[in-house]
Ligand binder design. Sequence first.
Ligand code: NAP
Ligand code: GCO
Length: 268
Amino acid sequence: MNFEMEQFRLDGKVALVTGAIYGIGFAIASGLAAAGAKIVFNSLNQDSVEAGLEGYKKAGIDAVGYVCDVTDEEAVQRMVKQIEKEVGVIDILVNNAGIIKRVPMTEMSVEAFREVIDIDLNAPFIMAKAVIPAMIQKGGGKIINICSMMSELGRETVSAYAAAKGGLKMLTKNIASEYGEHNIQCNGLGPGYIATPQTAPLRETQADGSRHPFDQFIIAKTPAARWGEAIDLAGPSVFLASDASNFINGHILYVDGGILAYIGKQPN
Ligand code: NAP
Ligand code: GCO
């Protein structure tokens, strides 16, 4: 069997990207659309769905949006059944929706900790549980969980997020283990530090016009010497969503400019 570039195409596939009205999710959806996928997304309310649809229309993408909180299993089950009826069986699920709370652990309420775990870890479980049965019936599918460098490393103030993303790495490996025989490939994408609304507070220009200390820190820690852009995730997502990665399962693909490989530039 010869390799064909067609293996990177997603024509005829239905891709659900959660929380994809902007940021990394929107960029991933744009990449999947460019490879031929039909894009479906969800957000928390009708206004944000409408905003998302406007954004996709401006990008020339004919997307379909649904209101759904990914932590609500009944709502997720209803949404997946509605998508299967109105668009088609979900071939590709990207668990992108996520939040972060930056609070010193001893000052973090258990409610705040639980909220991060609920959205960043429990929801990918809920979403995968909802789409896998139809994927099995169809003969296979792709699940891509958006992990993080915090699936591997910790840092001050992100205990809940790191616990969730570390758990998401292992949930990825377990879905791969449990459903690989049904031709379902479940892999993770681990973005490095990406310039999106989620990291905007870490990049704010200081009152004296200087760069945020954390901004300078990340530049020194990243061999690419830059923050990632959301679009840097598009190509790797197409790869993991396509037939080109059919023998890759349970893998976390880090898209981090090399930060996990590098001790960091020596301060001047
Ligand atoms: P973002 O800009 O904050 O966008 C997150 C999206 O998730 C928003 O559209 C948000 O909707 C949605 N969302 C949050 N809770 C939801 C819920 N319960 N149900 C449905 N949608 C929900 O984040 P991002 O930077 O694009 O990050 C996207 C993913 O990449 C997250 O999982 C994040 O942890 C991960 N990640 C980000 C970075 C980075 O450096 N930016 C690096 C590694 C991993 P609303 O707008 O309505 O709140
Ligand atoms: C932080 C950042 C990181 C990034 C990302 C890194 O506060 O350290 O928000 O957590 O979002 O997860 O991969």
